[in-house]
Design a protein around this ligand. Structure first.
Ligand code: PMP
Length: 377
């Protein structure tokens, strides 16, 4: 059988990893500042994580959700403590798309409405509703097309207010990334997030904060939307939650009245996933990774702002977009080939970095030096 996989763009076989360093099958060493698209939160093969997963697997890896799984409760309590959302309820699933799918459905079960407001350049996943709320027509199959989703211009308060005035009583939910990732690292403004909160309250709509990429401590706050001082009704998360183990989840506000009985999943919240999730949170807590993400992120952004050929530096904490002049399209490739540094991009001209939350200032400096040389060269 042949294998179809749309992603591989580099003919590199990574066979070993530690922290933010990875090695290919030839023994070449690379610096990983992309973390598999914000997935690696506590660094590759962190000893506490490896130990927790190994010992859990030796006891039990999976048993169906038809029995009590106390480790799920332990995971939920720790997540409440580390995120500061103690009063929320956690539902566990397996990916970011599944988290958003469930959040959008739950909102609709809750208020019995159909309309979803999403924003230009949003990315929410590739399943039915999540992809319908994603602003990329190329990945929406005819079967997923729906009139239920409206795309409004990101950060446009006037357009949002007008939309609610026109059809606010029909709106089930508003879904927004605190910082758009795939869309090129664009941060929602504080006043925009506050307006969403206000309008959702006024019209009975559900505020869904897609924190799949920008959440889980990446910005220095647990959820990036926290900096605006607003609470969402539902936070969706995945990626960094499992440090490579597929875990997704939705945290549901205590003010939310829906019953959760209509949500379900075979794999979500299995023993091994919970062990991985707890180990990640243990490390985030014990090693103060939120503070580290904030400090190293601020340092990187401050230094990048001094670069002459950089058009704009966007983001917060360790979610950074570096907009370059269009003709520098090969920078990402050059950093990989010449400096052996993995970065990401948002086409056509934004370098994206999403490193592990425990990168050091020394690692940040290695990246800054390499980028500086490339931009001057
Ligand atoms: N939401 C956001 C903001 C994302 O960046 C992504 C993945 N890029 C998703 C949802 C979908 O996550 P997954 O690939 O785990 O389904």
């Amino acid at each position: 059988m042949d294998l179809f996989n749309v992603y591989p763009i580099n003919p590199i076989n990574i066979v070993r990893a530690e922290g933010s360093t990875v090695w290919d099958s030839q023994g070449n060493e690379y610096l990983d500042l992309y973390g598999g698209h914000a997935v690696i939160s506590i660094g590759h093969t962190h000893p506490h994580y490896v130990e927790a997963l190994t010992s859990q697997l030796n006891r039990i890896g999976f048993y169906s959700n038809s029995v009590e799984i106390p480790i799920q409760k332990q995971f939920a309590q720790l997540l409440g403590e580390v995120s500061g959302k103690e009063a929320y309820t956690l539902f566990l699933c397996n990916s970011g798309a599944e988290a958003n799918e469930n959040a959008l459905k739950l909102a609709s079960f809750h208020n019995k409405r159909k309309k979803v407001i999403a924003f230009t350049k949003a990315f929410h996943g590739r399943t039915s509703l999540a992809v319908a709320a994603t602003d990329n027509r190329n990945i929406v199959a005819p079967v997923n097309e729906t009139d239920n989703v409206s795309f409004l211009p990101f950060n446009d308060e006037e357009a949002l207010t007008r939309a609610f005035e026109e059809y606010g009583h029909l709106v089930s939910s508003v879904i927004i990334e605190g910082i758009q990732g795939v869309g090129g690292i664009r941060e929602a403004s504080v006043s925009f997030l506050r307006l969403i909160r206000r309008l959702c309250d006024q019209y009975g709509a559900v505020f869904i904060a897609d924190s799949v990429q920008c959440g889980y401590g990446r910005t220095g706050n647990f959820f990036s939307h926290d900096y605006a001082g607003v609470d969402a009704d539902i936070y969706t998360m995945a990626k960094g939650m499992g440090n490579g183990f597929p875990i997704g989840g939705i945290a549901i506000s205590p003010t939310f009245q829906a019953s959760f009985g209509m949500l379900g999943t075979t794999f979500g919240g299995n023993h091994l996933a919970c062990a991985a999730g707890i180990a990640v949170l243990d490390v985030i807590k014990q090693e103060n990774l939120l503070d580290n993400a904030k400090a190293v992120g601020e340092y990187l952004i401050q230094e990048l702002n001094k670069f002459e050929r950089v058009l704009e530096v966007r983001g917060r904490g360790l979610m950074i977009g570096i907009e370059l002049p269009e003709e520098l399209g090969s920078v990402k490739k050059d950093l990989l080939v010449k400096n052996r540094i993995f970065t990401g991009e948002a086409k056509p001209n934004v370098i994206r970095i999403l490193p592990a939350l425990n990168i050091t200032k020394e690692i940040a400096d290695r990246f800054l030096t390499a980028l500086d040389e490339r931009l001057k060269g």
